[in-house]
Design a protein around this ligand. Structure first.
Ligand code: ASP
Ligand code: MG
Length: 412
């Protein structure tokens, strides 16, 4: 059996959904399809959750009704009845009006997961109406997690067993399920972090000892840079697991950084292919593949914040002050991308956002905290001096770290 993962762009319009159905129907073996929310839906649901958290109920319901219109119109254009979504929208409306839980992260899980539920239902209905028999499986019954609602940790033993039981292929050869979502021991919905559907697909592929996993994207494969940002992007036909993991961590828009790990142990190849032109080879990520020597690879992370902490009492001379700083950031789920320390100052670069700002407030208890936001972190693999100049031209380099193969620059 194999696993296919389709992201938001692959199910973003009626035409795209038809195309996805064609790709799925074209595969004649046993298949598990993992799908994420339709394009932009997760962003809209995040806004909805924010409005809800601020008790702006009218605004929350307005956003929900836009999401509803978009999905119903899509269903309609695909010749399906828009009423398929009635229960899901009714549940969300009831949640918005009646829920008593105030925990932001918990509500996030309940609300933001709607995108995947809608898209998977739509794709499954569409497959069946086009003559490809498939069964919809609720990923919340499979993926068991802890209660870190927005970036849940998976309980692997139980999850893998659930996956193997659910995908028995006893009477269908195609299943559709959601990426990104799971549930905790109370049955409340949790999510695996933004763009986490790739990770879901990898967990399923690993549990099933799948022959391979294909992630279908709107680009020809893994590119050496984001073509929207850098004109010299080229296709990387092969990558090792290690390179893929590193590049995704650095911010290459390839796959979710956690995707590789579940595949490595079972040596499951990962293909990244274009759903726009299925004849292209794409990129193969596996144990033996190698990045072509010397091809520079550029990754960019926008919206970075540089936090500098100057302790009031010179305590950074002691390592435990550094440990404490990192553990505060960790407790807010903030991922640190760069650390630089000197005897009297520690500087960290991380994604900016709500949690980071909360962590900054907490850090202020220990010292003076300065920050600089709206920064870009550029990583160049196989760099040259010329490339460093080119990508930091007219910008201030706030931090620059380099080793033999990789340079990382925090730019303002
Ligand atoms: N729909 C979720 C997101 O946009 C998960 C995913 O796309 O993988 O973050
Ligand atoms: Mg996505």
């Amino acid at each position: 059996m194999v696993v296919y993962k389709f992201g938001g762009a692959a199910v973003g319009s009626p035409e795209r959904i038809r195309n996805t159905v064609k790709i799925i129907s074209g595969y004649k073996g046993k298949l598990v399809v993992v799908v994420s929310a339709m394009a932009k839906t997760t962003d809209a649901l995040e806004e909805l959750n924010l409005a809800y958290a601020e008790r702006n109920i009218d605004e929350a319901l307005n956003i929900l009704s836009c999401i509803r219109d978009f999905h119903c119109e899509t269903a309609d254009k695909l010749g399906l009845s828009a009423s398929i979504f009635d229960d899901m929208f009714q549940n969300t409306v009831s949640f918005i009006k009646e829920n008593k839980i105030r925990d932001f992260d918990c509500c996030y899980g309940q609300i933001v997961s709607l995108g995947e539920l809608l898209a998977s239902l739509l794709l499954n209905e569409c497959l069946n109406s086009c003559g490809t028999l498939s069964r919809l499986v609720d990923a919340r019954k499979l993926v068991m997690t802890d209660s870190s609602f927005r970036e849940a940790k998976i309980y692997f033993d139980q999850t893998e067993k659930n996956i193997r039981d659910a995908f028995s292929f006893s009477d269908v050869s195609c299943y559709v399920t959601q990426g990104f979502i799971g549930s905790n021991s109370d049955g409340a919905t949790t999510v695996l972090g933004r763009e986490g559907s790739d990770y879901s697909a990898a967990i399923i592929a690993s549990a099933m000892s799948s022959e391979n996993l294909t992630i279908w994207k709107d680009v020809p494969g893994v590119l050496s840079a984001d073509p929207k940002l850098f004109s010299d992007a080229e296709l990387l036909p092969e990558l090792s697991y290690k390179d893929a993991a590193e590049l995704s961590y650095y911010g290459a828009q390839v796959i979710h950084p956690k995707t590789v790990k579940p595949l490595v142990a079972k040596n499951i190849p990962l293909f990244v292919k274009s759903f726009l032109d299925t004849s292209l080879e794409g990129t193969k990520i596996s144990a033996n593949s190698k990045i072509r020597q010397n091809t520079p690879v550029i990754a960019s992370k926008k919206n970075q914040i540089l936090i500098s902490i100057l302790p009031k009492d010179f305590s950074f001379v002691l390592d435990d002050a550094i440990m404490q700083t990192i553990s505060i950031l960790h407790s807010f789920n903030v991922k640190i991308h760069i650390i630089q320390s000197s005897p009297l100052c520690i500087s960290l670069c991380a994604d900016d956002g709500r949690n980071t700002r909360l962590a900054v407030d907490e850090l202020k208890i220990n010292g003076i905290v300065l920050y600089n936001n709206n920064l870009e972190l550029i990583t160049i693999r196989n760099y040259t001096e010329k490339l460093i100049e080119k990508y930091s031209e007219n910008k201030e380099r706030l931090i620059m770290q380099r080793d033999r193969s990789t340079v990382r620059m925090l730019l303002k």
